[in-house]
Design a protein around this ligand. Structure first.
Ligand code: CA
Length: 316
């Protein structure tokens, strides 16, 4: 396929300097992140703040979880878009609503509404999985803290007060999604892949992949490029609400998980996505630094919760 874009590469950004808190250093990292958000909508972070040992434990836990019998997993079946929690079976979801169901299964976890961040739903009934709850809780907290750091970088890049996004995300209405792509043993329907082309819905997504690969990202020019797994990094991408907030300056990019080459089709793929959402009652309206006479606001304001619901309703 022709090279249609000037810079289709997903950059690797070293996040360690940002944590120093030194303004001039933070500004430099924020600019690197901003460039990536404008050009591809995806970037890798190395030297991030989520321990690899913890990520490894989550992968172990999710392998045990998905290995449970279907009947057991079905006890936690996803039931509605409002809670958006629970088990989603193979072919249940169509991330590209024009195509057959996705060849994946997933568990969505979220905070326990009554208790706050100190607990996750979905663990009740999973007591047989030793360590599941403490490992996932620790991971959830590490991801939510990293989300706030990345949002600080966004704010700096957008000429906003550094903590602009923090109070707009302090309800932690996030979804931690464990994903399993089983070996492809059945005939594929026309157009069927592991996860259909879609953009994410919220502010940003943190993605952790195993070494199997398959994630593809669409460039500005419409070309699909591989977002290869890079050990020690975490992959970050922009969601639709951040694109709306920034008046299309930051790109919420289409991505998908394709069917692997024949020799790899017998392998399982696992990934973890941490979807960061603004507080449901936050009005997402064009930021002052993202509009001008030449570039007026492209979208009417919308409540974050309403937008999320409308997107979920389209995919189930
Ligand atoms: Ca996604």
């Amino acid at each position: 396929m022709a090279q249609l874009t000037s810079n289709p590469t997903i950059p690797i950004i070293d996040f360690a300097p940002f944590v120093t808190g030194i303004p001039i250093v933070q500004q430099e990292i924020a600019e690197q992140i901003s460039r990536a958000c404008r050009e591809v909508g995806f970037f890798y972070l190395c030297n991030h703040n989520i321990p690899q040992s913890l990520i490894d434990l989550v992968f172990e836990q999710m392998q045990a979880l998905f290995a449970l019998p279907f009947e057991k997993k079905s006890q936690f079946a996803w039931s509605d878009e409002v809670s958006n929690r629970g088990y989603v079976g193979i072919e249940r979801e169509r991330l590209d609503p024009s195509q057959p169901g996705d060849l994946k299964e997933a568990f969505n976890l979220g905070k326990e509404e009554a208790i706050g961040q100190s607990a996750l739903t979905m663990h009740r009934g999973l007591e047989d999985l030793e360590g599941f709850q403490p490992v996932l809780l620790q991971f959830w907290q590490a991801c939510s803290e990293e989300m706030l750091r990345i949002l600080q970088a966004f704010a700096i890049a957008l000429s906003l007060p550094k903590d602009f996004f923090t109070p707009l995300h302090d309800e932690y209405d996030n979804i931690l999604r464990l994903l399993h792509y089983p070996p492809l043993t059945q005939f594929l329907k026309p157009g069927q892949i592991r996860a259909g082309a879609h953009s994410d819905y919220g502010s940003l997504t943190l993605l952790f992949q195993d070494e199997i690969g398959g994630l593809e990202v669409q460039t500005v020019g419409g070309e699909w490029i591989d977002a290869v797994p890079i050990p020690g990094t975490l992959l970050v991408n922009i969601g639709d609400l951040m694109q709306r907030w920034t008046n299309d300056n930051f790109r919420s990019t289409l991505h998908r998980v394709g069917v692997p080459p024949t020799e790899k089709q017998s392998q399982h793929r696992y990934s973890i996505a941490y979807f960061c959402h603004p507080n449901p009652k936050s009005a997402i309206a064009c930021l002052p630094s993202c509009q001008s006479g030449q570039h007026p606001p492209q979208y009417p304001p919308i409540l974050a919760g309403d937008y999320l619901l409308s997107r979920l309703q389209a995919t189930y």
